[in-house]
Design a binder for this molecule. Structure first.
Ligand SMILES: [Zn+2]
Length: 607
């Protein structure tokens, strides 16, 4: 599984890396006994079931079943392969990997990302130099200073300028030996439609680099200096840039979001920079899309169960904000969304509509940061906001109220959690002055009812289908290695019936024979499913005693030497059906099995 990275280096990286440190960057962890817990980054949840063991250097989520060591976390979280994860952690902990350690197939993905990142880094350098250029950058600097952005902020967000002209960047990248194909893949240049060659995607625009959580450029946004169209242009989707997952400014805002347990979400680059300019640094911007469930899950890692506040420009009817909020609301509450996000789960999502036609920039200039935060403190929950917006739009008359109810049927039907839905129905009933039951009836005949999910629930930490006794034995072997010599001597694991548990248990034994410990056994398991299983078994805090272990082993021996349940059932059935031939045949088989069982028992006990 390690590709060509030497085992000894993988071991060095494992020892150097601290899983708590790595996970703390993305999950707020709190102590719970000997472990730490937090909200799972892999599924959406209200109460923390994501558990990290500093002692064992593993994690396990009791909600969705993800688990493993620091490599597994890095792989799953960043969506990269094992060698890539080893390299990423090696880099972080300053462990060098010899150049010869190249892993063919999976290195290609890493290589490609690295090449695209390098191209983006060069492009950023080019754009920043152009902004700083005394002549070339003048119009852009003038524009930014008219917008009230300080030099410090321009520096912190690494703003740049793409000068007008067709191929300044294309030629610069060529000079730095970036292949055209790489620059094209990074979305920096595009092939000319007539003739050959490439032209720059961004021309005559202020450049806003979109930085990912590792601090590298994922993509760019660009804004024109005048009123020409399109006003904004973003990088296309690339292996580095996915607009449903990225948030502009999150890299710069993350610590502030954590500290304030709240985040403001605005729609544009300049809105975001205005907030930062006025000291409201816990703010991010979406990139030309409505807020997605993926982005909410990402933000939850930083704000925990705190507030996510959508900030909208004020306009006459508030209709635009409502139109934008509705799909977000449905998306957050529906379990029928791509990915594993089940429902809104514990996110306190609110809507802040700025008054009097203000956008964040004009509001802050006129009223200041304190007025903004005071207004934000009164921001409405999403449903309350949608109800008020509908009433405003349709008027507070009988007909208007009926129309408002009709408008909210769709969004409320999308709420998959019945408790949440009934609370919202109650709220709507109160605001509109209609009987709750009438609204509930309207919801149930709404016509766009979605089908019930077949298997929407998350997988449990340890699948309950696993045979209990083999599961316990394997957990005991990992948690209480003192028992391993005995298990090894009796060759107990060869009698395991569940193949997954057998694979884990045997890996524990092999690892123990070689290293004298059960620590680090997870690296031995190439299969991520087995890694998850081993982590799930290891992280439970069970107390083992010598006598408890003996009892468990004895129970296993008895179970393996008894005739099986299926056989006893088959005999009883044959007897009831008066099928004498079958009955006699089964009895013979049972005798044979009993002799076999006795041999098994002796072997298990005497070895
Ligand atoms: Zn989970």
């Amino acid at each position: 599984m390690a590709g060509l990275i030497p085992e000894s280096i993988i071991e060095d990286v494992r020892r150097a890396a601290d899983i708590v440190e790595v996970i703390s960057e993305v999950v707020v962890l709190k102590p719970a006994g000997r472990n730490l817990v937090g909200l799972c980054p892999f599924h959406n949840e209200k109460t923390p079931s994501f558990t990290v063991s500093p002692e064992k250097q593993i994690f396990h989520c009791f909600g969705c079943g993800q688990g493993g060591n620091v490599f597994a976390f890095t792989m799953q979280h960043q969506g990269i392969s094992f060698p890539e994860a080893v390299r990423a952690l090696a880099e972080r902990y300053h462990i060098s990997i010899p150049d010869t350690a190249r892993d063919g197939a999976s290195a290609n993905g890493a290589d490609q990302r690295a090449r695209l990142q390098a191209a983006n880094a060069l492009a950023l350098e080019f754009y920043r130099k152009a902004l700083a250029h005394p002549v070339q950058g003048q119009p852009a600097r003038d524009y930014l200073s008219r917008r009230g952005l300080s030099a410090a902020l321009i520096q912190a967000f690494q703003l740049g300028f793409a000068p007008p002209g067709w191929d300044h960047l294309a030629r610069f990248l060529k000079g730095r030996r970036v292949p055209d194909a790489v620059a094209e893949k990074a979305g920096l240049i595009a092939p000319r439609q007539s003739g050959s060659g490439f032209y720059d995607r961004f021309r005559g625009r202020i450049i806003f680099p979109i930085i990912d959580l590792s601090g590298k450029v994922a993509g760019f946004g660009g804004r024109v200096l005048d009123d020409s169209l399109p006003k904004y242009l973003n990088s296309p989707e690339t292996p580095l840039y996915n607009k449903r997952r990225c948030l502009y400014g999150l890299y710069q805002a993350r610590d502030h979001c954590r500290a304030k347990k709240a985040v403001y979400i605005v729609e544009g680059y300049l809105d975001l920079l205005a907030l930062h300019q006025y000291g409201i640094a816990n703010a991010v911007a979406t990139l030309g899309t409505a807020l997605t469930a993926e982005q909410v899950a990402l933000l939850k890692r930083f704000v925990g169960s705190g507030d996510i506040v959508l900030v909208f420009d004020g306009d006459a009817a508030g209709q635009k904000a409502a139109e934008r909020t509705r799909p977000i609301f449905e998306q957050l509450h529906s379990r029928f969304q791509p990915g594993s996000y089940q429902r809104e789960s514990g996110v306190n999502t609110r809507v802040l509509e700025l008054p009097g036609g203000h956008d964040p920039d004009t509001f802050l200039r006129e009223k200041g940061a304190e007025a903004f935060t005071a207004l934000a403190a009164k921001a409405k929950g999403m449903v309350a906001f949608l109800i008020d917006a509908a009433l405003r739009q349709h008027g507070d008359t009988i007909e208007g109220r009926a129309l408002a109810v009709g408008e909210l049927v769709g969004p409320l039907q999308a709420v998959s959690d019945p408790v949440t839905r009934s609370l919202y129905v109650k709220l709507l009933a109160e605001r509109v002055g209609v009987d709750e039951a009438a609204i509930a009836r309207r919801l149930s005949r709404g016509g766009t009812h979605r089908p019930a999910p077949v298997s929407g629930e998350p997988r449990a930490g340890v699948p309950e289908r696993l045979p209990a006794i083999e599961r316990q034995l394997t957990a005991m072997m990992i948690q209480y290695p003192e028992v391993l010599p005995d298990i090894d001597k009796r060759n107990l694991t060869s009698y395991f019936k569940n193949l997954q548990l057998k694979a884990v248990a045997e890996a524990v034994l092999i690892h123990y024979r070689e290293s004298g410990t059960a620590d680090g056994v997870i690296e031995r398991l190439a299969d991520p499913q087995l890694q998850r299983l081993a982590a799930a078994l290891a992280i439970r805090e069970e107390q083992w005693t010598v006598s408890g272990c003996r009892q468990l082993i004895a129970q296993f021996v008895r179970a393996r030497s008894r005739p099986s349940r299926e056989m006893l059932d088959a005999i009883a059935q044959a007897e009831q059906a008066a099928d004498d031939g079958r009955w006699q045949q089964l009895l013979l088989e049972r005798q044979k099995a009993a002799r076999q069982g006795e041999r098994t028992r002796r072997k298990l006990l005497n070895r």
